[in-house]
Design a protein. Structure first.
Length: 499
């Protein structure tokens, strides 16, 4: 078989390790790749472990738009098959929103309306031609969260090419394979396909896990949790030793990299040194001003629902909840739909505290029954004391499901699978849905069966540690091997089904 891997950003190094395992195990003998970031492309092009049949670089595709005449008839034909081209433009944090190269809350595209259409047109043509010539038997990617990667996903899917993706299911150190970026397809099939608990080998393990979690809740991966140590902790970087390290490893490195590599300097994903400096100054100014005067009292004697703000910009919103363009508007919808006398406690994501401006929180505080909580308050404590948890698709919702609390979601997420999770799709039915969810009871049997299927169809893998921290190549390879085996089984089974 031949595999096409979406090797975006730093995941390129992880994906390359998986490809090596698939090659060694005889699962596939040929590979091609769609690559993001020039550093990743240069690494893949220069390594000698795998000879890729073709590698195309996202940044090189984007540069072609300047010479591309706009063809509205071509785009119209594309939209007949795939829907609006804006689905692909709007999801892109860099091209559509100007973020990643600028720091949140910046949100402005550097391109005109016509430029955006020409960019989309170039990507469609290049990716179509790439799949035409490479003819992969399957596609694998981690997050299809940009214009190019989502086009790879949708064009391949339309052609009937099996798509596989890796999903972190926010449960212990686990990584699982799915045929959909919105759901855990294999877990659902395992759960639904075994009507007897005796057919789920991990059933008792799942029940013990749930009992342990409810007795003493714990985060699924400590590296995934940002800690907020109060306003004073935001100034630790000003200690002379830390300040010198920051200047050397961040600011100075960005300036040197920018001026030493002119090809990379012209890539649309490259951070301009002056913008980096300006955004850092703005962040420092926000930290100096602080938000302490905006936080409300955490009063557990009153009835309340809980809404955790989610980090932005993230694929969890742009890809899995494209209709939610403003969390404050959603918060107001929820607050207005709550029963009389019930408050909505809103807690910031700790990593966003230095980034959001005061005006954002003031909009929340203008909602009569909304209260802004201090970021250091435990989410587990809020979950346990709240009567209802509302979330777009955050980890807090999954934690609440496991703790037996009523949950309403507003985006796509794997735990929407459960019959007792409410799906908030429109403003009109939200008050009715809230009343229903306030009385809902968690089906523990359904939950345990799902966890048993999850344990059976996942690899034990501390992805973030291996990805971000581990430097020992042998340890990294050993860590990724179990997931590579899970992926290999799914690819082989899908290929056999297609024959």
């Amino acid at each position: 078989m031949k595999g096409c891997f979406v090797l975006q950003r730093r995941f390129a190094y992880v994906g390359h390790e998986l490809i090596k395992f698939l090659k060694e195990d005889g699962v596939a003998d040929e590979f091609c790749g769609y690559v993001q970031l020039r550093d990743s492309y240069n690494f893949l092009a220069s390594q000698t472990d795998i000879k890729y049949s073709a590698l195309i670089l996202d940044e090189d595709i984007q540069k072609k738009y300047k010479r591309e005449p706009l063809d509205l008839e071509y785009l119209a034909e594309f939209e007949k098959q795939y829907g609006s081209v804006w689905k692909y433009i709007d999801i892109d944090r860099v091209i559509r929103h100007g973020q990643l190269v600028r720091e949140y809350p910046f949100d402005a595209s550097p391109y005109t309306h016509e430029d955006l259409l020409r960019i989309a047109q170039v990507y469609i043509k290049e990716i179509t031609a790439f799949l035409d010539t490479q003819k992969p038997d399957f596609v694998f990617g981690y997050v299809f969260g940009s214009l190019g990667t989502l086009l790879v996903h949708d064009i391949a899917k339309k052609r009937g090419i099996p798509i596989f993706t890796a999903i972190v299911p926010s449960t212990r150190n686990m990584l699982t394979v799915s045929r959909s970026y919105e759901r855990l397809t294999y877990v659902e099939n395992t759960c639904l396909g075994n009507v007897s608990t005796r057919k789920l080998p991990k059933y008792e393990e799942a029940r013990a896990f749930l009992e342990e979690f409810r007795h003493k809740p714990f985060v699924y991966n400590k590296m995934q949790v940002s800690k907020f140590g109060g306003r004073s902790s935001q100034f630790l970087f000003m200690h002379p030793r830390r300040l010198l390290r920051t200047l050397h490893f961040n600011t100075l490195r960005i300036f040197i990299d920018y001026w030493s590599d002119r090809e990379r300097a012209t890539d649309y994903t490259t951070v301009k040194p002056w913008n980096y400096f300006v955004d850092r100054i703005k962040r420092l100014a926000r930290v100096l001003r602080g938000h302490s005067d905006l936080y409300d009292e955490y009063d557990t004697s009153k009835r309340f629902a809980f809404y955790p703000l989610q980090s932005e910009p993230e694929a969890s919103l742009l890809l899995l909840a494209p209709d939610i363009t403003d969390q404050v508007i959603l918060i107001e919808r929820i607050a207005r739909a709550l029963p009389a006398g019930m408050l909505l406690y809103v807690k910031e994501h700790p990593s966003m505290v230095p980034l959001r401006p005061r005006r954002y929180y003031k909009r929340i505080k203008a909602i009569p029954n909304a209260r802004l909580m201090y970021p250091s308050i435990s989410s587990f404590d809020l979950i346990n004391k709240a009567e209802l948890i509302t979330t777009i698709n955050g980890t807090v919702g999954w934690e609440a499901v496991q703790l037996g609390k009523p949950v309403i979601t507003f985006g796509s997420i794997f735990y929407n699978f459960f019959s007792f999770v409410g799906k908030g799709k429109g403003a009109d039915n939200l008050p009715t849905l809230i009343q229903k969810q306030l009385d809902v009871k968690t089906d523990d049997e359904e939950l345990i069966r799902y966890l048993a299927a999850l344990f059976e169809d996942s690899a034990s893998l501390d992805l973030m540690y291996l990805w971000e921290v581990e430097t020992d190549e042998e340890k990294r390879r050993a860590g990724f091997k179990e997931f590579a085996d899970v992926l290999a089984r799914k690819i082989i089974a899908a290929h056999a089904d297609a024959l």
